[in-house]
Design a protein around this ligand. Sequence first.
Ligand SMILES: [Zn+2]
Ligand SMILES: [Zn+2]
Length: 116
Amino acid sequence: MDCIRCHIRMNKEIKNGVLIDTCPICDGVWLDKDELKMLETGEKKLNADLLKELYNEVERERFSLEQKDGLCPKCDTSALVPTMVKDVEIDRCPSCHGAFFDWGEIEAILEAGGEE
Ligand SMILES: [Zn+2]
Ligand SMILES: [Zn+2]
């Protein structure tokens, strides 16, 4: 998928047991539904599942048409809606419930919610 700000292809990274998309330019991060929650709770997916997910996403994006401006980079269905999560504003998709963050915003959310 492409970064909603920079319009370049994002990198896929496995971080803390979830598969995330990161932008090499602006440090933006795309999290799918539930991935933020997993980062918060420390829950991890199995490596085999992550690799399968990575493979499926790469395959799907290889054939996806050019991204439409202003629409969710994941599902191309809805425009992202600014949403407040723990005093941090993120851009969230009302269709697939994925969300676009700055990496610093994820850290702020993790700090606000983490007991560690
Ligand atoms: Zn970017
Ligand atoms: Zn979406």
